[in-house]
Design a binder for this molecule. Structure first.
Ligand code: PGA
Length: 240
């Protein structure tokens, strides 16, 4: 794991965003694994800004997102698909035909097989972007007794429901989601994990300095050959 520490999330957005823009320009038909949540927004903002300035095109980029809620339509205002459309896809020239998304309302086993096959036929994920949950989850792989494999249907934990229910102002937050598994995430050629804010400091410490254990799913990244962790000072504050 390579650890990079920055002053604040704006600086991370610029440095990680620059990395993506350069990577896409050098590899115009690359395959990007994308994440939702507050953490990646500065990166998406930077990419959208450079697209608007004519400095990068995403027209041949293929994308696969990590996860999606079950029990709400894909175009629900709180779906992760809508999040991606609002924060990246509609602000760039990503081709809708090149967007891969888990269907939270499909049969979980069939959907898992479909997604794994789609990623494989695209040539695998070149760079997987990740955030981290306060409980050490990556995507929606919550702490448990074993590391998960390919995409699966997860029952969300109270910690995750508490963190994400702020977005569900006029509806009940779903209790289940389809998520890429740890096995699918670990297949990415490169992984970029971003963590910002004090609320992530303990999970960051466990991920980097703790044992590799499914009780902190992100700790598995210690075993990935090319993972870069971008932290702000607050998220890095408990590291030795
Ligand atoms: P956040 O979520 O970016 O909204 O903090 C990250 C995560 O739970 O993986």
């Amino acid at each position: 794991m390579e650890i990079k520490i920055f002053e604040n999330e704006k600086e991370i957005g610029e440095v990680a965003g620059r990395f993506y823009v350069d990577f896409i320009n050098a590899n115009p038909s690359c395959v990007l694994g994308l994440a939702t949540g507050a953490t990646p927004l500065p990166v998406y903002g930077y990419i959208a800004e450079k697209y608007a300035a004519g400095e990068v095109s995403l027209k041949d980029v293929k994308t696969f997102n990590l996860d999606e809620y079950c029990g709400i339509p894909q175009d629900d205002k709180n779906s992760y698909f809508t999040f991606m459309r609002e924060n990246l896809f509609s602000k760039t020239d990503v081709n809708p035909a090149n967007v891969g998304f888990l269907d939270g309302n499909a049969d979980p086993d069939e959907e898992s097989a479909r997604y794994a096959a789609a990623i494989e036929s695209a040539g695998g994920i070149d760079i997987q972007l990740l955030g981290i949950g306060r409980n050490g989850h990556i995507a929606f792989n919550e702490p448990g007794e074993e590391f998960t494999g390919e995409a699966w249907k997860v029952k969300l934990t109270e910690s995750t429901i508490a963190a994400n229910s702020i977005y569900f102002t006029d509806s009940e937050m779903p209790r289940y989601a389809m998520t890429m598994g740890i096995g699918s995430i670990m297949k990415a050629k490169k992984i970029i994990l971003i963590a910002t804010g004090e609320s992530k400091a303990e999970a960051v410490r466990a991920m980097i300095e703790g044992p590799v254990t499914p009780h902190c799913p992100a700790s598995v990244l210690q075993q990935h050959p090319d993972t870069v962790i971008y932290l702000d000072r607050a998220a890095a504050s408990l590291l030795k």
